[in-house]
Design a binder for this molecule. Structure first.
Ligand SMILES: [Zn+2]
Length: 227
C-alpha cells in the first residue's frame, strides 16, 4: 500500500489522494483552480478518483468540487450530514447548538453529496470521526491501515501546529473561519485520543508522531479560551 499524495494549492491549501484498491479517495478539493492540479496528480499516478470525502463545507475545501464532478461524473461525494446543509447555503442553526453565526468562506456549491455520513461510518478504508466546532458538521477521517488522521481544520500545521480554536499570528486564516471555539477544543482532544501516527491537516505539512504537538496545541487553546 502506498502513502497518500498531498496536492497543494499556493503551498498552504491541501487535498489528499488516499490510495484504495479501486482507486483514490480524495480528501477535500481545495479551491476551484485546484481541481486541475488534483486531476493531474491522479493522472500522473495512473489511478482514478473514485470518491471525494469532504471534511467540511468551507470554500477552500469544497471549492474544487463542482469542477471535479464535471470531469468525474460517477464519483461518490461524501460529507458530514450537518455540513451538507452549508453546501446548499442553509446556514440555520439547530436547537441545542451554540446560537452563534457560522463563519468562514460559505460560498456553497452546485454539487450535492451522493451520501452523507456521521460518526463511525466508513468510506473505503476511512473511518468518519465527528469533530464539530470549526463548522457545526466538521468530520475527520482516520485511515486505520497506516494510522493517518485527516483532520481537516481542527488542527492546522501551517506556521506551527494550532487548533482552530486559537489564533495563530503566522496563519490566521483558519481560526477566522471558526464557528465555536470551545467545541473545537473538545473535538481536538477527541482526535488526539485516537493516538494517530500521522496528522494530515487542511493547511500545512503532514506531521509524523503528532501526539505531543497536539497536546501542546490543545493546552494553548484551553489557555486562550480562559483569557
Ligand atoms: Zn475551514
Amino acid at each position: 500500500m502506498s502513502t497518500p499524495v498531498r496536492v497543494q494549492l499556493w503551498g498552504f491549501v491541501n487535498a489528499f489522494l488516499v490510495p484504495e484498491e479501486d482507486g483514490f479517495t480524495l480528501v477535500d478539493t481545495t479551491l476551484p483552480r485546484g481541481a486541475k492540479k488534483i486531476l493531474a496528480a491522479a493522472r500522473d499516478a495512473g489511478t482514478p478518483v473514485k470518491r471525494i470525502a469532504l471534511t467540511h463545507a468551507h470554500g477552500d475545501h469544497i471549492g474544487g468540487l463542482d469542477r471535479l464532478v464535471r470531469e468525474l461524473p460517477d464519483v461518490e461525494v461524501v460529507i458530514g450530514a450537518r455540513d451538507a446543509r452549508l453546501m446548499a447555503k442553509d446556514f440555520s442553526l439547530d436547537p441545542g447548538e451554540p446560537q452563534v453565526p457560522i463563519r468562514g468562506d460559505l460560498r456553497g456549491c452546485e454539487t450535492r453529496p451522493t451520501r452523507t455520513v456521521s460518526e463511525g461510518d466508513r468510506l473505503g478504508s476511512l473511518e468518519v470521526v465527528a469533530s464539530p466546532g470549526h463548522t457545526p458538521g466538521h468530520v475527520a477521517f482516520l485511515d486505520p491501515r497506516d494510522s493517518t488522521l485527516y483532520c481537516g481544520d481542527v488542527f492546522s500545521t501551517r506556521g506551527g501546529i494550532e487548533t482552530s480554536a486559537r489564533a495563530n499570528p503566522r496563519f490566521p486564516l483558519v481560526v477566522m473561519g471558526t464557528w465555536h471555539r470551545p467545541t473545537v477544543v473538545v473535538s481536538a482532544q477527541k482526535l488526539r485520543d485516537l493516538e494517530a501516527a500521522r496528522l494530515a491537516p487542511g493547511h500545512g505539512p503532514i506531521l509524523d508522531k503528532p501526539a505531543a504537538a497536539m497536546d501542546a496545541a490543545i493546552a494553548r487553546a484551553r489557555h486562550a479560551l480562559k483569557n
